[in-house]
Design a protein around this ligand. Sequence first.
Ligand SMILES: [Zn+2]
Ligand SMILES: [Zn+2]
Length: 137
Amino acid sequence: MGTKIKCLCGDVELELSGEPMAHVYCHCADCQKAHSAAFVKVAMYPTDGVKITKGKTVSWSVLRTPRVTCARCGTRLYQEPPGFPVKGVNAYLMPDGMFKPVWHQQCQHAVAPIVDGLPHFKGYPAAIGGSDDKVAW
Ligand SMILES: [Zn+2]
Ligand SMILES: [Zn+2]
């Protein structure tokens, strides 16, 4: 049994199954522009851990990363980062309490730094192929 999540109008349903690889805050320019937000909460799953079970979607990108989106209400459901076998689910759609962030990434692009106890990576952590460099905040 997975977790069901919905877009904001309810037309599209997704099923999340298995364990997420990580829950993170992404501060990259692509997420900022696609969501009109300073940063985005992302739940990374292996590609086969995320299935559309109902509704119509479209895929579009602003800068580079394709975003699978509800065809009716425009809610961003998940992103498919080029070159990674990952679907990055929009964690704002998950049930309360499910999002358990473990790091901040792409902090070099941050426009609204969040100071907390998590690691703040300049780009990406080594765990997903980055350099592990951190920023000062
Ligand atoms: Zn919708
Ligand atoms: Zn991002």
